[in-house]
Design a protein around this ligand. Structure first.
Ligand SMILES: *[C@@H]1O[C@H](CO)[C@@H](O)[C@H](O)[C@H]1NC(C)=O
Ligand SMILES: *[C@@H]1O[C@H](CO)[C@@H](O)[C@H](O)[C@H]1NC(C)=O
Ligand SMILES: *[C@@H]1O[C@H](CO)[C@@H](O)[C@H](O)[C@H]1NC(C)=O
Length: 267
């Protein structure tokens, strides 16, 4: 075999190598996921606008498990949420009790979460600013506690968290109940009652004319760092200098180990 022939034999492998290194370059950030809930969570991801979806748009995350999506484009905006109470039904469709995306599969493939859903929202390297913006939104209701922690060297990059379990304080007119009668999610007042003062529509269509309500205050009391309604004070958006990766933790206050306390108890 001459050198030329072996070059052509190698071509497909060289092409694969080239494609891999391009993919590495395009991935400017990583989204890491951790599940500290006592139950399995099925995270979903949705890229905003017309850009392509991430390599994973849905996956299973058992209690204590973690997962990473490494191919987040340099400028990316989108949202992440956690589905609960999922199972494959009699017609072989994958369905979830909360935050289902209606795809019938574990992957959401561009489908939105059906509210109520606690959302982690991102705009990374917005308009070339090098700044990453992120927030937790309960504007579409709440289904589980979660937090966003920037990881990396950027300064002023702080965690935003919705640690409270709003299901346990959800008024009955907003509550979504599971098959066992327990509250599994809490609708926003807009979704449940569909009134202009709750949806910030009509005469209530601006930040000035749409104040917090007795319902949005229930969400804000449990999760002061999260958006509780459409025109909530805009200090719920957090900013971090670009390049960071982000950790999304479901139920950030659960499954906390106390090795030091344990150590004491053995003394
Ligand atoms: C909120 O206010 C409305 C209107 O005043 C009232 O009907 C409703 O019962 C209140 N709900 C809660 C949970 O306070
Ligand atoms: C937003 O601002 C209000 C008042 O200006 C304050 O009470 C609240 O704690 C702030 N929220 C956050 C997340 O900093
Ligand atoms: C929210 O931000 C906008 C611009 O981003 C600003 O004009 C407005 O005054 C802010 N509102 C509050 C309540 O801070």
């Amino acid at each position: 075999m001459d050198a030329r022939a072996s070059f052509y034999l190698l071509l497909p492998f060289l092409a694969l190598l080239a494609r891999d290194s391009c993919a590495d370059k395009a991935g400017a950030a990583t989204l890491n996921f951790a599940n500290k809930c006592s139950y399995t969570v099925w995270p979903g991801t949705l890229t905003g606008g017309s850009s392509g979806q991430l390599s994973s748009t849905g996956f299973e995350l058992a209690t204590g498990a973690s997962f990473s999506i490494n191919d987040i484009p340099e400028t990316w905006s989108g949202r992440v949420w956690g589905r609960t109470g999922c199972a494959t039904d009699a017609s072989r469709k994958f369905v979830c009790a909360t935050a289902d995306c209606g795809s019938g599969k574990v992957s959401c493939n561009g489908a939105r979460p059906i509210p109520p859903a606690s959302l982690a929202e991102f705009t990374l390297a917005a308009a070339g600013s090098g700044q990453d913006f992120y927030d937790i939104s309960l504007v579409d209701g709440f289904n589980l506690p979660l937090s966003i922690t920037p990881q990396g060297s950027g300064s002023g990059c702080s965690t935003t968290s919705c640690p409270g379990n709003i299901n346990s304080v959800c008024p009955s007119e907003l509550a979504v109940k599971g098959s066992d009668g327990s509250v599994v999610a809490c609708k926003s007042a807009c979704l449940a009652l569909n009134k202009p003062q709750y949806c910030c529509t009509g005469a209530y269509g601006t930040a000035e004319t749409c104040p917090p309500t007795n319902y949005s205050k229930i969400f804000k009391d449990q999760c002061p760092q999260a958006y509780s309604y459409a025109y909530d004070d805009n200090n719920s958006t957090f900013t971090c200098a670009g390049g960071a990766s982000f950790l999304i933790t479901f139920c950030p206050l659960d499954l906390i180990c106390h090795p030091i306390l344990l150590g004491y108890s053995f003394k």
